[in-house]
Design a protein around this ligand. Sequence first.
Ligand SMILES: Nc1ncnc2c1ncn2[C@@H]1O[C@H](COP(=O)(O)OP(=O)(O)OP(=O)(O)O)[C@@H](O)[C@H]1O
Ligand SMILES: [Mg+2]
Length: 146
Amino acid sequence: MGALKKSYYIKSRDFIRAGEASIKIQTLLKSLNFDPKLIRRVAICGYEGEMNVVMHGGDGSLSFAILPDEVILEISDDGPGIDNIDKAMQKGFSTASDEHREMGFGAGMGLPNMKKNADDIIVESEPGNGTRVRMVFLNNKGGDDG
Ligand SMILES: Nc1ncnc2c1ncn2[C@@H]1O[C@H](COP(=O)(O)OP(=O)(O)OP(=O)(O)O)[C@@H](O)[C@H]1O
Ligand SMILES: [Mg+2]
């Protein structure tokens, strides 16, 4: 069986449509009878990643692949990139603007939350060269046969 793959465009600063790709992934996994806990973890990571592209990144995409034993979620954008990835991964670190904070964002918890909810995470970024976050979720409970 080949991998099932999907890719969705994420538009920078589009707060109206932000989060839509994560909802689509969530719906897809539900229809395939994935473990609700795994779906929840993927949805949290997808949402946080999408919001980061919308707030901090440039235009980008959320790509998704279902493999026999794992789900892979990759969120990338062509924005300004992250200066210091180690710092960005720390709880509470945020460069969110006052406007973002008024909307309830900017706690500096998105990347730590992604790290907590994914089985593996790789963040790659270069200032001026965009950001790519790749996450792996192990699917040890299997699909429709439990
Ligand atoms: N795609 C991205 N492009 C550029 N910078 C990013 C990107 N994603 C994260 N960052 C940087 O990493 C910081 C930490 O991100 P994180 O998601 O943890 O917190 P936040 O987005 O600031 O707040 P929260 O997610 O809690 O609303 C951001 O404030 C930003 O400086
Ligand atoms: Mg965030």
